[in-house]
Structures are given as C-alpha cells and as structure tokens.
Design a protein. Sequence first.
Length: 180
Amino acid sequence: MFKKSMKCGRPIFDPEGEISRSALRNCRAFCRGIMISALILVAACRTVHPLPPVNFSEPGWTVRQGQLVWRSRTEAPEIAGEILVATRPDHSSFVQFTKTPLPFMVAQTTPDSWQIHSVPDDRTYAGGGKPPGRIIWLQLPACLAGLPPPEPWRWETSSDNHWHLYNPRTGESLEGYLSP
C-alpha cells in the first residue's frame, strides 16, 4: 500500500490507503495546468472567417438609402456621401457608406459576429459576439431600430427623418437621413 513519490521519496499514501493532501494538491494543480493549456491552444487556433456576401433578395431584408455626412474626429474634415442600411429581424445588418464612385466603409453584423471593411485602407476587422461599442458604423443599425447606443455615443432624431449619432469625447459623428 505504500508508494514512494519520485521527487521527494515520501509516501503518497498513508497506512490506511488514503492519498496525502500534498499529492492531491499537486495532482489538481497539474490537471488545472493541462486544462488551461488545452483551452489556450483551442482558442489560439480559432479564427474568425469572413462573413459571406449579403443577398438582399433573401426574405426578411429591409433596405433603406439616404445621404450621410461622416466626421472621424473633431478636427477631421466632413465627408459626404450615400448610405445604404439593410436590416433583418434576426439582428443581421449591413451598412455601406459610398463616396462616389467607390464604397468607403462596409459594416456587417450577424446574430453572432461582426465585420467592418475600410476600403481606402483595405483593412478588415472582424470578431464574434456583440459588435464593439467603439465602432460607429456598427452602432447605426441598432440606433435606427430604436435601441439606445452604448456609452459614450449619443443619438438624436428630428421629425423630418434626420438623425445624428455622435461621440462627444472624440467628435466622431454620422449625420444623415434615410428615405422611408
């Protein structure tokens, strides 16, 4: 019934056949280490796949177009262009800001992921879960649906279909209207 530990030469079991507390602690720590390592490996191997192109002919899409003025920060110039916003009841959305003749920003969400593509920089950012609160383009569909924006964003509307989404800290803003 007595086994010797390889490290210290002390018995792992006491005379009644019970495991010693230190051996049990070491075993638990070892198992925790294995589990944490496995979780890190699994998480590190997971990549976010690009969202598929949106097909507005599929059922459920509501598409609206309008005009928009975007300012990226307080000191930045305003950029005017056209906006297309499409939404679905499952909380999927698509936002495209176009500065003729090319798209400028394209943002897309699904119930469990998000993606934004900056055409001038040719950069795409994507992630799983709820869209990050700091990206204005990902906040617009929810605001248009009547949901309040996350802090520090502010949302204002007027009776003539004009709206204004802005961050008072950074000065970033979207101001525009959509045709019904």
